[in-house]
Design a protein around this ligand. Structure first.
Ligand code: LMR
Length: 331
């Protein structure tokens, strides 16, 4: 009889000890992304880590994995849905693969005439309702992060759209970007971000598009002789978490993480444009790439050729959404 009590007491003690250990074990957030640590996204992920760990007094540990170290953009979304990572910040183009095609609206040529126009959309009702659409995919959207307007690059000078004819151009997986490259008479090739520099170097593709911060930090300019500042489209991000994980967090922890995300988002938006300007300067200074700014007439030609993509994509993305975005952007 005594022995039975002793065994029960030992079992209770063991359970208490393990509960105490797990109470002390920090909650780990694996935050995986595909760009370099010194990009706007890379720096903001680090800022989120610092603030989150500080505000939760070590109860949360954020592990940031940059540069596709953990997952390439082909599989990071799946990893999040399976719970192998808890946080990502994929470019908005990459949400189409989840079946949420509306996000591809962000890829439309010339949809945002300025950053203010962009923020009218991301910080308004449209932005919020798009993030809501992710919930049915097991994903919670926390914030939009900024990058910048895209430039085009190749080993030949791309002064007008016709110069891109026949070139193999790397794109992200997005029907809009595919249509955009086809409008130029180019051949779109989908490649993971981590593979782009090597593909440009070996001639698997001839050219690409990205904001300068991504080009510079991946050293794409070292294998591209010409960059044209077309600013024809936008590239930005949504920071997302695994919904079950997020909903299962203690309320005080979730509140602290929301605060940390707010702080990281403000920081990210403050540095994105500056970093892109600096990256473009650095590309010029490298002497490896000629940076060309199209004349007013040439810019009008890029616009003339690419604008019809907005109409072409109405059936896929939704005419109402495109006109609602255009309306917000014009405010
Ligand atoms: C790309 O694949 O070109 C970008 O989405 C990379 C990034 O995350 O900025």
């Amino acid at each position: 009889m005594k022995l039975k009590f002793l065994a029960a007491a030992l079992a209770v003690a063991a359970t208490a000890a393990s509960a105490q250990a797990s109470a002390q074990r920090p909650i780990v957030i694996k935050f995986s992304h595909v760009v370099a640590p010194d990009t706007p996204k890379g720096q903001a992920a680090e800022r989120f880590k610092q603030v989150a760990e500080m505000l939760t007094h070590g109860r949360v540990k954020v592990e940031v994995y940059p540069n596709s170290q953990l997952y390439k953009d082909n599989d990071e979304m799946e990893a999040l849905q399976l719970g192998a990572v808890q946080m990502l910040a994929p470019s908005l183009a990459k949400f189409g693969r989840l079946g949420v095609r509306e996000f591809e609206a962000f890829d439309l040529p010339y949809i945002f005439p300025s950053k203010t126009a962009l923020y009218n959309v991301t910080e308004g009702e449209i932005g919020k309702s798009l993030l809501k659409k992710l919930e049915s995919r097991g994903i919670t959207g926390l914030a939009y992060w900024d990058n910048g307007f895209k430039v085009m690059s190749a080993n030949k000078s791309l002064r007008v759209p016709a110069d891109a004819k026949g070139l193999k151009m790397r794109i992200q997986l997005s029907s809009v970007l595919e249509a955009q490259m086809r409008a130029l008479g180019a051949y779109p090739q989908v490649l993971a971000f981590s593979e782009v520099t090597q593909a440009l170097k070996t001639g698997v593709v001839d050219g690409t598009e990205n904001p300068p911060s991504n080009m510079y930090t991946q050293k794409m300019h070292e294998v591209q002789k010409h960059v044209t500042v077309t600013n024809h489209g936008y590239l930005g991000y949504a920071v997302i978490v695994h919904k079950k994980f997020w909903d299962g967090l203690p309320a005080d922890i979730r509140g602290a993480l929301e605060k940390a995300m707010k702080e990281a988002t403000t920081f990210e938006k403050a540095i994105a444009q500056r970093d892109n300007d600096l990256a473009l300067e650095a590309i010029k200074k490298s002497g490896k790439t000629d940076v060309y700014v199209p004349s007013v007439k040439e810019q009008a030609e890029w616009r003339r050729v690419l604008m019809p993509v907005q109409k072409e994509m109405e059936a896929r993305i939704g005419k109402d959404l495109i006109s609602a975005i255009n309306k917000e952007a014009a405010k």
